[in-house]
Structures are given as C-alpha cells and as structure tokens.
Ligand binder design. Structure first.
Ligand SMILES: Nc1ncnc2c1ncn2[C@@H]1O[C@H](COP(=O)(O)OP(=O)(O)OP(=O)(O)O)[C@@H](O)[C@H]1O
Ligand SMILES: [Mg+2]
Length: 273
C-alpha cells in the first residue's frame, strides 16, 4: 500500500473546529453499524474516511447530516448542536453528496443546481404561486448562481442536459454543484470518484482542493487509496463500525492494522505460519 508522494498544495489547516461528532453510535436492531465514533473537522481541513465495505462510513454520514437520528452521541457545527433534520442541517451550513447518486433525472443540470439553492432563498409558497417581482428577482439570481456553480465544477456545457442523460462522472460533479449551491461551510462527499476514469478522478481531486481553498472544510469517503492519501490532511479508518486508526496519510497508510482490515491479514498470517 505504498502511495506516491502527496501532491497536496501547501496550505494551513485552521485550529477552529467546524464539525464535531462525539460518541456517535447507530444501531439497527442487533447490528451496531457505527460504534462510538468521534471526529473533529477543522477549518480548511480535508478529512478522509476509509474502511472496508460495510464499515459504517455512509451510516456515519447519515448520522452527521440528520438523515438518521443516532442512537447515541451528538453532532455540533461551529459549536451548536445540530437537530437531526436534514433541511435544518443544510441550513446550518453542512451539505453532502450521495454514494448512490440522487439527482432529479428528468430535470436539467441547471435546474438540479437551482433546487439546491432554494434552501437559501426567501420566497415563500405564496410568493411563488403569485410569481411577483420578488420571486422573479430571486429566480433570476438563483439561475445565475446555478450557472456559476456549473462553470465552477467544469460543467459549463451541460446546462440544458437532462441529468439522466449525463455521463456518470458528470453526474457526480453535478451533485457537488448542487451541494455547493446551499452555501455550505462544510461538504461531505460519499465516494465522489466512484465509476470515474483516472482523468476524471484527477480533476475531482483538483476540484476538491479548489473547494477547500475557497474556505470550506471537506470530509471524503473513498475506496481509492491513492486518491485519499494524496488529497487528505487527516484520515480516519472505520472497521465494523469502530474507529480503528486516525492519523496523517503517511501514518494511516503504513499502519498494519489498516492493511489487515482491508486484506484480512490475520488469515494470511495464519496461512504463512
Ligand atoms: N437502514 C439500515 N438498516 C439496517 N442496516 C443498515 C442500514 N443502513 C446500513 N445498514 C448496515 O450497516 C452496516 C454499515 O453500512 P454502510 O452502508 O454504512 O457501510 P459503508 O462503510 O458505507 O460501506 P460501503 O463502502 O460498501 O459503502 C452494514 O452492515 C449495512 O448493512
Ligand atoms: Mg457507503
């Protein structure tokens, strides 16, 4: 598991904690999918979350973003405890993308990003129905911002394409644009390069650096170790719901427990013995 030298751009990780999860546990009946996991994410930091299939990574994201109410534990954003309600979490400043892409397939790329923007617009249902001047002004601003975000993620030419007709890699980028439309302070990405070719993966790495450089904190789940170790300031490895190892990319990639968790090192040792 030797990875090429990190290509991270030099930058300072802040000392301010943006996101803090304390003792988060999620049980489904007899299965403990997330077991007492704590994590701190600082301003300007890119944190990686790795672990074998079924380790609890997505479930942990679901607990952070209010999709699940954790059985135990708390999640705070900028020191304020988050209610376990997805819309409230988004409004508080945390956005996410999904492992299984969740776009509106029959809407255009632009419309998908505009949907993300609506949590920041003030037009109420009645204003929308009456379509008064305030609604029209807000709609024009939303459209303009959505186009800016498509340009930002490299989808300038896809504005009018239906999401379902876009290549897989572009759909993942569109999800990032929609998440950015909510004006987050922190963005959680669940397998942003799954299904991408090496060129798209490289472009996604640069997009995430750009997002970080704009002042956001980032948490990324990925199975692509080269991607994770080149991208992240700090990496957490979950195994069977528990936090196994936490450290710099260098520390984590050389930790034998991480290697064993992925390749089943115990059995290998027995075979060798
Ligand atoms: N809603 C649910 N009800 C019951 N069990 C669940 C639920 N969601 C997840 N699980 C279980 O929790 C465990 C962790 O699943 P999770 O999807 O979080 O893993 P993961 O680390 O994201 O895996 P992958 O790398 O394959 O995406 C698995 O055993 C899964 O079957
Ligand atoms: Mg997952």
């Amino acid at each position: 598991m030797t990875i090429t030298e990190p290509q991270r751009t030099p930058h300072e990780v802040g000392t301010k904690i943006v996101l803090e999860a304390s003792g988060v546990t999620m049980r489904f009946g007899g299965l403990t999918a997330v077991d007492d996991v704590s994590m701190q994410v600082h301003e300007g930091e890119i944190v990686g979350l790795i672990g074998p299939n079924g380790a609890g990574k997505t479930t942990f994201f679901n607990c952070l973003t209010g999709m699940y109410i954790p059985t135990e534990g708390t999640v705070t954003l900028n020191g304020t405890k988050l209610p376990p309600k997805p819309l409230k979490v988004v409004r508080a400043g945390m956005a996410r993308t999904f492992q299984n892409i969740r776009l509106f397939g029959n809407m255009t790329a632009l419309e998908n990003v505009m949907v993300g923007r609506y949590c920041r617009t003030s037009s109420m249902a009645l204003t929308s129905i009456l379509r008064g001047p305030k609604f029209k002004r807000e709609e024009a601003a939303t459209r303009e911002r959505a186009q800016e975000l498509l340009d930002y993620v490299g989808l300038s030419k896809s504005t009018e394409l239906l999401a379902r007709n876009m290549p897989y890699g572009d759909q993942r980028r569109l999800e990032i644009a929609r998440a950015l439309a909510t004006d987050p302070q922190i963005i959680l990405l669940d397998e942003p390069t799954a299904g991408m070719n090496p060129k798209e993966t490289e472009e996604t790495m640069h997009l995430i650096f750009k997002i970080r450089d704009s002042g956001m904190a980032v948490v990324v789940i990925e199975h692509d170790m080269r991607f994770i170790f080149n991208l992240c300031d700090r990496v957490l490895c979950l195994v069977r719901g528990s936090l196994l190892v936490e450290g710099t990319p260098g520390e984590v990639q050389s930790d034998h427990r991480v290697i064993e968790a992925y390749i089943g090192g115990d059995e290998d040792k027995e075979e060798i013995a």
